[in-house]
Design a protein around this ligand. Structure first.
Ligand code: SF4
Length: 382
């Protein structure tokens, strides 16, 4: 089983905190769609005929594409890959793009999961982030998506804003949870290099997010999600259980976290085949210009044993299932002693033992990155 990620590298506005690959120059959109279609056809052999269980249109902002273009890309996918009848097909979209008519058309085209970039219901916070939409548009789009028949809807939210905006988090979460959606993804605001936000903080002296505020917002998030009976299945992700007992977890992202193969199409997209990581050039004009020359647009890194061990520790620790000792001793034999030595150095209130191995406690989830780096193996020659 495999997944396909299609990166649409355009946005209507540049959010001040964002360091993803995107451009606001939409004049290349038509040529980009042609190039992405070409890459979809040409790289079909990457998945060796495996059944594709998930397709994820991410970005950037895939909803800048017309509904007809989304349909054409999905047609291209089903013609060139063994797309499962029950595939999860997700589209990331921003509230200002998702009209009722648009939602109806993409649903008919096969999109069965929406990931909506709401981020906040506070106009003040949205303007500070330089988002392209208003809170009223977010409210309208959720109603429209439900009426259009989407059962799998995920809302993205951001917490841990600087102090003058931090008071919005409790209200944001209350309003978000009132929709009783099947899935929420909640991320701490991070200050990434070379973003407008980092410039505002470093050069203009504007207030930065505080670690302490981010921890208290995250603790409040975990408490509220638990009260509302959501499964905290990954550090930033919360899912409702379905009536049949299954979960509304994102199947696509779960595949990343469990080490399955995936193919990334479009500029800046990453792929993984179990042995190597590949990434496409993060430059729209060069991607389009060189689309017939994969040696120019695709880079490859063969993962070392320690890379694979570190990646497993990082993703498994963030996941509800935690680290499996069986997995470590079967797939990362050389690191078992290192792991057992280091796990004992992590504070006991951060980690608990399970029948299979170890997982983070609620307190430990506040320090997930620190706990993972404690377990990493660093090659002496690296
Ligand atoms: S819409 Fe998403 S990808 Fe685009 S700039 Fe904002 S956060 Fe980044």
């Amino acid at each position: 089983m495999a997944g396909i990620y299609i990166h649409i590298p355009f946005c209507r506005k540049a959010c001040h905190y964002c360091n993803f690959h995107f451009s606001t120059q939409l004049d290349l959109l038509e040529d980009m769609v042609k190039a992405i279609g070409y890459e979809l056809r040409e790289r079909a052999s990457f998945l060796h005929g495996d059944t594709v269980e998930t397709v994820y249109l991410g970005g950037g902002t895939p909803s800048v594409l017309s509904a007809a273009t989304i349909e054409a890309l999905l047609d291209e996918t089903s013609q060139n890959y063994d797309l499962s009848q029950t595939a999860e097909i997700t589209l990331e979209g921003n509230p200002d793009d998702l009209s009722r008519e648009y939602l109806d058309t993409i649903r008919q085209a096969g999109v069965n999961r929406l990931s909506i970039g709401v981020q906040s219901f506070s106009e003040e916070a949205l303007q500070w982030m330089n988002r392209s939409h208003t809170a009223a548009q977010s409210e309208a789009v959720i109603d429209d998506a439900l009426q259009a028949g989407f059962c799998d809807i995920s809302m993205d939210l951001i917490y841990g804003l600087p102090e003058h905006l931090a008071g919005h988090w409790e209200k944001d979460l209350e309003q978000a949870l009132a929709y009783n959606l099947p899935h929420y993804s909640c991320y701490a605001l991070t200050v990434e290099p070379r973003t407008v936000l980092s410039h505002q903080i470093a050069a203009l002296g504007q207030p930065a997010p505080l670690d302490q505020r981010q921890q208290s917002d995250f603790a409040y998030l975990m408490e509220q999600m638990s009260l509302h009976d959501y499964e905290h299945y990954e550090i930033s992700n919360f899912a409702r259980r379905r009536d049949n007992g299954r979960s509304h977890r994102s199947r696509h992202n779960s595949a990343y976290w469990t080490g399955r193969s995936y193919l990334g199409i479009g500029p800046g997209a990453h792929s993984y085949d179990g042995a190597s990581r590949y990434w496409n050039i993060s430059n729209n004009p060069l991607y389009i210009k060189n689309i017939r020359h994969p040696e120019v647009i695709i880079s490859q890194e063969i993962l070392t044993d320690s890379d694979r061990y570190n990646e497993y520790v990082m993703t498994a620790l963030r996941h509800i299932d935690g680290i499996s000792m069986h997995h470590v001793s079967t797939h990362h034999t050389a690191y078992v002693n290192h792991f057992l030595q280091e796990i004992n150095t992590i504070p006991t209130e951060w980690i608990s033992s399970t029948a299979q191995g170890y997982k983070l406690t609620s307190t430990g989830r506040l320090f997930a990155d620190g706990a993972a780096s404690q377990l990493f193996y660093v090659d002496e020659d690296s």
